[in-house]
Write a protein that binds this ligand. Structure first.
Ligand SMILES: NC(=O)c1ccc[n+]([C@@H]2O[C@H](COP(=O)([O-])OP(=O)(O)OC[C@H]3O[C@@H](n4cnc5c(N)ncnc54)[C@H](O)[C@@H]3O)[C@@H](O)[C@H]2O)c1
Length: 355
């Protein structure tokens, strides 16, 4: 699975983390959702850390029920210092050893899939996070919960760029609610466990992380675009194409997540994203053209039935808190990140299914 990540990106993650990486020496990490896009980067990072930097290896226990891991989940991950367990985090897990860190990244992340699996989406964030908090409580481990920028819903433009203090404009009824509301409740669970039991649980709110390794059938915007580019078909933009997003390259984001795991304050949430540039989907087409070095056609289409309605009009993080508290600094520009991503998808995508 490591061929799904670029070696140079794993080296960038290690460089972004610097000396802090040694704090994993001799420790045990439980990684939930380890066969997903971000999970594979964590696994590759810990493998490389063990091979190059740590005196005592960091032991890694990777959990995934493979519900959305696709073809990448068909082969168990390579974990020389640890093991893979096919496990649904909605059920309690007993690792049989004392755990030092827990990364709770199991979830159903793509709107296409959470429309298909709403109950499983709720369960992964709620029961899954509670089970992992119990484990953290028992062992005194540090836990990082993967929340989402989606907990802000469709923010009022006055609150874009959005700081962590913004309370959100979210509905508990609707096709996105299973994701947004379960991530909100997952955060509340971390807050309650800290207040009741002193559990050291922090949260990150990622804003559209992308990079090599995203599966063609992921159905988030950049894999959709890359699949269409590979097939030589026009890109399809939903609605007006004026909705905006920001995109954070995976090596920057994973370094930020690891900093939050090591240094995040308990019961605190951190936006992890790249605020520059905030780009509309129409603008993103221009960026894709630059990345692939040729004109790319596009067409505006209605939202398909497979895609949940109510998508946010704008999304852009204020990352002041993560900059100050964690030293998080995104370094890879959108142009550079897209070049790496499209070079990788050109070699790995088939142009099917095309969306
Ligand atoms: N990538 C992003 O831009 C982004 C943005 C916001 C939030 N997040 C969150 O970060 C986490 C990781 O995202 P990703 O992009 O790697 O997603 P992904 O879909 O690629 O990976 C998630 C993995 O979790 C596994 N999983 C789902 N439910 C499970 C369960 N009950 N038990 C065990 N495993 C389960 C899936 O099989 C999959 O392999 C998710 O929780 C997601 O909601 C990601």
């Amino acid at each position: 699975m490591e061929e799904l990540c670029l070696k140079s990106d794993i080296a960038e993650i290690a460089a972004g983390l610097g000396a802090q990486a040694r704090e994993f020496s001799g420790k045990t990490v439980v990684l939930c959702g380890g066969c997903g896009f971000l999970g594979r980067y964590f696994t590759a990072f810990f493998n490389q850390l063990n091979e190059t930097a740590l005196k005592k290896p960091c032991r890694l226990i990777v959990l995934d029920n493979l519900i959305t891991s696709g073809p990448a989940g068909m082969r168990p991950p390579r974990i020389p210092h640890g093991r893979f367990v096919r496990h649904d985090v909605a059920k309690p897990f007993s690792p049989g050893v004392k755990v030092d860190f827990i990364i709770q990244a199991a979830g159903i992340a793509s709107p296409f899939y959470y429309r298909q699996y709403p109950l499983e989406t709720l369960e992964a964030s709620i029961a899954g996070t509670k089970n992992m908090l119990e484990l953290a409580r028992r062992d005194g481990a540090r836990l990082l919960f993967f929340s989402s920028s989606e907990i802000y819903g469709d923010p009022d433009p006055k609150h874009v760029p959005t700081p962590e203090s913004y309370r959100g404009s979210v509905t508990c009824l609707g096709p996105r609610a299973c994701y947004d509301e379960s991530k909100r409740l997952g955060e509340t669970l971390c807050y309650v466990y800290h207040n009741q039991f002193g559990t050291r649980a922090s949260m990150v709110r990622p804003f559209n992380v992308y990079g090599p390794g995203m599966q063609e059938r992921d159905y988030r915007v950049l894999p959709n675009f890359a699949s269409r580019v590979k097939a030589g078909k026009a890109l399809r933009l939903y609605g007006s194409g004026r909705q905006t997003r920001t995109f954070c390259y995976v090596s920057d984001a994973v370094a930020g997540f690891l900093k939050a795991l090591l240094r995040g304050a308990p019961a605190e949430a951190y936006n992890i994203g790249n605020p520059e540039p905030e780009v509309s989907m129409l603008g993103l087409v221009r960026c894709v053209e630059k990345a692939v070095g040729r004109p790319v056609k596009h067409t505006l289409v209605d939202y398909p039935d497979s895609y949940p309605a109510d998508e946010p009009n704008r999304r852009c993080p204020d990352i002041t808190k993560a900059r100050r508290a964690l030293g998080f600094t995104p370094r890879v520009s959108l142009d550079e990140g897209l070049k790496r991503f499209f070079r990788w998808t050109d070699a790995h995508y088939t142009g099917e299914p095309g969306t």
